[in-house]
Design a protein around this ligand. Sequence first.
Ligand SMILES: C[S@@+](CC[C@H](N)C(=O)[O-])C[C@H]1O[C@@H](n2cnc3c(N)ncnc32)[C@H](O)[C@@H]1O
Length: 306
Amino acid sequence: MAVPFEHECFADNRAGNGEVARPYVRIAEQATRFGGNWTVEKLDILERYLDAYTTALKDRPFKLVYIDAFAGSGQVRLGNVGPDASALISGSAERAARINSKPFDRLYFVEMNSESCRDLESLKTRHRDRDIRIENSDANTFICGLQMDWKSWRGVIFLDPFATQVYWSTIERISQFKALDMWILFPTSAIARMLPTSRTPDDIHPGWATRLTQVYGDESWRRLYEPTRQLSLFGSQGHERESGVDGLVRIYREKLATTFGSRFMSMSRPLLISTGSRIFELLFCVGNRRGICPAKNIANHILNHF
Ligand SMILES: C[S@@+](CC[C@H](N)C(=O)[O-])C[C@H]1O[C@@H](n2cnc3c(N)ncnc32)[C@H](O)[C@@H]1O
């Protein structure tokens, strides 16, 4: 079953307090039209990793695959390069296609938007020497159905959603492949908006509660709320979650650490918008146990020297 876009799911829902709840829409608009420094940062980190990864595996007997699960169109428009100015830069798919120290043997570009898929087709024609496969599909469905001979393939998967589109079941599936190094953007800002600080967890909008459970894989997000010392005006017990986004990321990191074990890298990179708030957390996990040391060394080095 195709998973609908976030804004189709939630744009008309109400947060329970009369306020129209459209966090995804705002984040999506920010991400595409006004992608800022954090956009360049995530793409540069990814490109450096892909370059170092393919070089490191150059003489190994594996075929190399790159999976861009939220591929976009191949290019990203930045809106904050100057007054009234914008710039087009290469997106993740374009950057992966042009890796040439040891090119990927196969690249999957998964994208739900058909118009972006048409742009990806023209990217494909510009890189005829690459085995590029464009999948106009939902990323979760594609990954969960992916069958490859993981004895002979190794690779990198990039999960770059607008907001809360990555399901925990997809992360578990990637972990089971034991072959794909994973960079994922965890949507701190979108999730914080779904979890108001003063709210009883049971009062969270049911659509949001369902989505949070899909993202975290269980109801662990409810643990973020603790009973307040004071009763409300009506004598009922109030609840509060710690302010900020540390708690939201902490729970997700714990889940990754449990699922990937020592393949999970504790160092991560918060991506900040111009006001200083955290929009995403860029996290990394290694695919295969044998690659833990080199992969973490490369990823750590890139994050430390960026
Ligand atoms: C943040 S953008 C990706 C940007 C891209 N990585 C780049 O660097 O150019 C997210 C993309 O995911 C697509 N998308 C949204 N939901 C999706 C889903 N469930 N499965 C696949 N693609 C999806 C959107 O159409 C959008 O192009």
